[in-house]
Write a protein that binds this ligand. Structure first.
Ligand SMILES: Cc1cc2nc3c(=O)[nH]c(=O)nc-3n(C[C@H](O)[C@H](O)[C@H](O)COP(=O)(O)OP(=O)(O)OC[C@H]3O[C@@H](n4cnc5c(N)ncnc54)[C@H](O)[C@@H]3O)c2cc1C
Length: 472
């Protein structure tokens, strides 16, 4: 089969109702979304997954971390109950029931995904797949090795935690983020290395459960790349909770401490931190090794990611890459949307009705306390490019609901075009920020104006009143 003509022929075949065979390697958000959607559109789909359908997102990343953060959040919220007219002793964490809660949610979601795939007639193979040629692959699994021929394929194999050469995680005291679920026990004290999104979420999680936390921050503030004002609110909260911030320091070694049984982290500026545990949160690397990409003629960049165009097509026209392996925004929400766009493209729908993915308009959230969310153009980005913007900021403390909730922290910031009023971006710090950002995300995607927000009849009393005020 010829790889270049295949896509065209396959697309035409799919549109006139004859099945195109679409192989998907990796059953995370990118893979299972592409599989179900392409199958619904008429493709014959095979998906190969070596762990669980649902992917690392359900097994290691989004779901377990957010479930534990929700429990930690409930604990820290309980500390504010007195201010709400309730007398309540602080609850204690019960690791066994927390573990079964995390696993219960994971199983439920994984079962739902399997049922969804089944209901769309997708062939599911448990195994590890690799390409053996431009249109062939093999999957090794419990039932032996299967050869698969395909017309089009999607690589959605995700990523794994980056482990630097100066540290050897042992899964006991020196941890990667994947060693934290299910929790065997809660650390008395922990040093978190890395102050990006994952790092600060781990700081929040462990400190909510009562651990003494130190955070190694390589720059001068946490969350590099985010609005410094937003990062500042989070730092204030960390400091108020007693988190030790080691700013401008890079960890150089992490070793077991024979004296205490814990760990010792040494930084490049001479500072030394001792704690019972340490966790690495310094980014991820793509799962592209051992995939036989050479056999399929698919190129990777210097870091192992697979470069793609705006349709997630690789340098091979019939092979796509989506999700973390594509080196775009490493978010489950983005991976899912890429998966859907791939399905549309492989079935030829991009010529009919198709909105290109615009990564600059992706909303994202950080599940700390206060919660943080943003979308679209950032204030600092506009200033550095010299773009004229209008910035309005309203603290939640101006709303009745924040006081009713006994939590007046945070603010809403809306960035708009001063000439047209079109909403360009925004950030929210505070309770339910991850939900509230949807309003600004919709405005950014649909090119709505600030007047569309402030003329909406919103609920009272609600935190969204701060959104309407910021839009005014
Ligand atoms: C701690 C943490 C928390 C996060 N929280 C969030 C969050 O709250 N919100 C959010 O949007 N994002 C979050 N993310 C990011 C999110 O988890 C990823 O962006 C998302 O999982 C990427 O989806 P994916 O489909 O690319 O890959 P994955 O979810 O990684 O799935 C890839 C799948 O491919 C399988 N696979 C790999 N190689 C092969 C092979 N050769 N054969 C067969 N199968 C294979 C793997 O087993 C895996 O199941 C978080 C990340 C981390 C580390």
């Amino acid at each position: 089969m010829n790889t270049v003509t295949n896509t065209t022929r396959a697309t035409a075949r799919s549109l006139d109702g004859v099945s195109l065979h679409f192989l998907i390697i990796g059953g995370g958000p990118a893979g299972y979304q592409a599989a179900t959607y392409a199958a619904r559109l008429g493709a014959k789909v095979t998906i190969v997954e070596r762990d669980v359908f649902g992917g690392a997102a359900n097994l290691w990343d989004c779901i377990p971390s957010k479930t534990m953060i929700a429990t930690g959040g409930a604990m820290s919220f309980s500390r504010r109950l007195q201010g709400m007219g309730l007398a309540q002793a602080a609850p204690e964490v019960d690791i066994e029931s927390l573990t079964s809660r995390v696993q219960g949610i994971q199983h439920e979601l994984n079962d739902d995904i399997k049922q969804l795939l089944q209901s769309q007639g997708v062939t599911m193979i448990n195994g590890t797949a690799r390409f053996t040629g431009p249109n062939t692959a093999e999957a090794d699994g419990p039932d032996g090795t299967r050869t698969i021929e395909f017309d089009a394929a999607l690589v959605s194999t995700g990523s794994r935690p980056r482990i630097p050469d100066w540290c050897s995680p042992d899964g006991d005291r020196i941890l990667t983020t994947r060693d934290c679920y299910p929790p065997k026990s809660f650390p008395e004290s922990i040093t978190v290395i890395g102050s990006g999104v994952t790092g600060v979420e781990f700081v929040h999680m462990f400190s909510s459960f009562g651990a003494e936390v130190a955070l190694v921050v390589s720059r001068q503030h946490v969350l590099p790349g985010k609005d410094p004002e937003v990062a500042g609110v989070l730092e204030d909260d960390f400091i108020a909770r007693g988190v030790k911030l080691l700013k401008g320091a890079r960890a150089e070694t992490i070793e077991r401490d024979d004296e205490t049984g814990g760990v010792v982290v040494r930084c490049d500026d001479g500072r030394v931190v001792r704690s019972s545990h340490a966790v690495l949160a310094i980014g991820s690397v793509p799962n592209t090794d051992g995939l036989g990409l050479d056999a399929a003629g698919v190129e990777t960049d210097d870091w192992g990611y697979i470069p793609v165009n705006h349709h997630c097509v690789t340098n091979q026209r019939h092979i796509y890459a989506a999700g973390d392996v594509s080196g775009k925004l490493p978010l489950a929400s983005v991976a899912s949307m890429q998966g859907r766009k791939v399905a549309e493209h492989v079935m030829g729908l991009h010529t009919v009705e198709h909105r290109h993915l615009d990564y600059d308009k992706a909303a994202s959230a950080i599940f700390t306390e206060p919660e943080i969310a943003d979308v679209g153009l950032a204030e600092a980005e506009a200033f550095s490019s010299g773009r004229k913007i209008r910035v309005t900021k309203v603290p939640f403390a101006t709303t009745a609901k924040a006081h009713i909730n006994n939590d007046p922290r945070g603010f809403v910031k809306i960035i708009s075009d001063p000439a047209t009023g079109v909403v360009l971006g925004g950030s929210i710090v505070g309770r339910h920020a991850a939900e509230l950002i949807s309003v600004i995300a919709l405005a950014v995607t649909a090119n709505l104006k600030v007047s569309d927000i402030y003329e909406s009849l919103l609920v009272h009393p609600a935190l969204s009143e701060a959104l309407a005020e910021a839009a005014e």
